[in-house]
Design a protein around this ligand. Structure first.
Ligand SMILES: C[S@@+](CC[C@H](N)C(=O)[O-])C[C@H]1O[C@@H](n2cnc3c(N)ncnc32)[C@H](O)[C@@H]1O
Length: 460
């Protein structure tokens, strides 16, 4: 096969698929070519880029024949901003791709011939995100820029609106930018910590409307911050707190370890699955509240239990590994399970305990601060069921080995990455478990992220 010549100026491609991160995939002389911004069904003119790690990438020059599923993106910045890569694909096109992509991963990586349940579609493809962490920088003209990075770069695409955000936080971006602009506070350059602002973080309680504003900076020396924070509370009654998070290190971790409340409170109240929650600026919470609520009955169904605590006689122990602030632990406890949550972020565990107490579930839902790999093995013996909701990288080998050695009867695995979910399901189902169902749920419309809940049952 002849090597495609990257210096050859431009070539035509038919785009056949999307990669896991939403890039168009075409083929040239039998080799895969990734094209940012191209969609399945597009015929495009591209310019090949120098080969990177044995992969061919190409710049989209022109769409010669658009895919029938191509649409005008709802966001005017969609062609530049790296935030949501599927905006130009119709809602139906996105949903079909997510379904297919999950099923292909289950087949290819896990070797499971299991049809996933039909995707649970979001009735709110825009305006759903309850949280934003927006990079800040000063442009060459000295003006403050706020926005997400252009795909594959660290150049900010300046924005005043972001239509996937809940309108109650979207509407704050422009006025907050103006205030930060006039503050004269320094702003860090990307990858450098020189004492300035780094990110603007916003969070809203979907059901309560309460809003938290957080500035992430590499130094706390921001003169006049208290007065500015107080003025925001006065101006916007829905804003219940303003915090400063210190991230002194130039790292990919957006939040640093210390958050200080500058005005109001450090948490917002929210209701989730009918229960009361406190959520802080720097603790994990599912970004699409109503879609996440739909997962609770699916979990209960997978556990073979009832949603009605009175009707449930189960006193069995369910371990919630990677439990965060108790998002799922508490509805499962309310349905009759005795739940023990494991979470390594101490502020999240504090809130999980507070949330359990606020719902009179303190005796049914307990929590410990620990790494799952350290705490889980000793607990598995006494557990009837295990809920796993790990970060994207999935389960560590040590955690997998412990589960395979002492598998609880029922296992639920909630994942935001079909590749690591499939890898882990392949291992779990090779030995210990039978897969009962895999349910994709659209938590992230207009982006290439795919959430799924797998329900497994121990083999005899
Ligand atoms: C995807 S979130 C899920 C949180 C929770 N289940 C929810 O739905 O809100 C993963 C959580 O695991 C925690 N985490 C990540 N790695 C961990 C580890 N090795 N041990 C314990 N917790 C961990 C994170 O702090 C985060 O709260």
């Amino acid at each position: 096969m002849s090597e495609p010549n990257p210096s050859a100026t431009e070539v035509e491609l038919e785009i056949q698929d999307l990669s896991h991160d939403g890039r168009g995939i075409g083929r040239l002389d039998g080799r895969v070519v990734f094209v940012d911004g191209a969609l399945p069904g597009d015929r495009v003119l591209v310019r090949l880029l120098p080969q990177r790690r044995r992969q061919l990438h190409a710049d989209l020059r022109r769409i010669l024949q658009p895919s029938p599923q191509r649409r005008r993106p709802p966001c005017i910045l969609a062609d530049h901003c790296g935030g949501c890569s599927l905006q130009p694909l119709s809602d139906e096109g996105q949903q079909q791709w997510k379904q297919r992509s999950l099923e292909q991963a289950l087949q290819r990586i896990a070797g499971l011939e299991l049809a996933a349940q039909p995707l649970l579609v979001s009735d709110r493809p825009l305006g759903y995100r309850n949280r934003a962490v927006i990079p800040l920088e000063r442009g060459e003209d000295g003006h403050l820029k706020a926005g997400y990075y252009r795909r594959g770069s660290h150049r900010i695409v300046n924005m005043n609106r972001c239509p996937v955000l809940d309108p109650r936080i979207d509407g704050l971006i422009a006025p907050l930018k103006r205030d930060l602009e006039t503050s004269d506070w320094p702003v860090d350059r990307h990858g450098v910590s020189d004492g300035g602002l780094k990110h603007l973080a916003l969070r809203v309680g979907h059901h309560t409307g309460e809003v938290l504003i957080t500035l992430i900076a590499s130094d706390q020396d921001l003169e006049g911050l208290e007065a500015m924070a107080e003025s925001w509370l006065e101006r916007w009654p829905e804003v219940v707190g303003v915090s400063l998070n210190l991230q002194p290190r130039p790292t990919n971790q957006l939040f640093g370890p210390n958050t200080y409340t500058v005005a109001g409170r450090g948490w917002l109240s929210e209701s989730f699955a009918g229960l009361k929650y406190h959520i802080a600026a720097d603790t994990f919470f599912q970004v699409h509240t109503t879609q996440a609520e739909r997962v609770v009955p699916l979990m209960l169904q997978g556990l073979g239990g009832s949603q009605d605590p009175a009707a449930s006689s189960s006193e069995s122990l369910l371990l919630d590994a990677f439990c965060g602030i108790g998002t799922f632990s508490l509805p499962l406890a309310a349905a009759g399970w005795r739940v023990h949550g494991i979470e390594q972020h101490p502020p999240a565990v504090e809130l999980a305990r507070l949330n359990a107490a606020a719902n009179n579930l303190g005796d049914r839902a307990t929590f410990e601060t620990a790494a799952v790999a350290a705490a889980l093995p000793a607990l598995l013996d006494s557990a009837e069921a295990l809920l796993l909701d790990p970060p994207r990288k999935g389960l560590e080998p040590h955690v997998m080995a412990a589960i395979l050695a002492t598998p609880p009867r029922r296992l639920l695995y909630l994942s935001c990455d079909p590749a690591t979910l499939s890898r882990d399901l392949g291992l779990l189902c090779a030995e210990a478990y039978t897969p009962r169902s895999v349910q994709p749920i659209d938590f992230f419309p207009n982006t290439s992220h795919i959430e799924a809940l797998a329900v497994l049952e121990r083999k005899a």
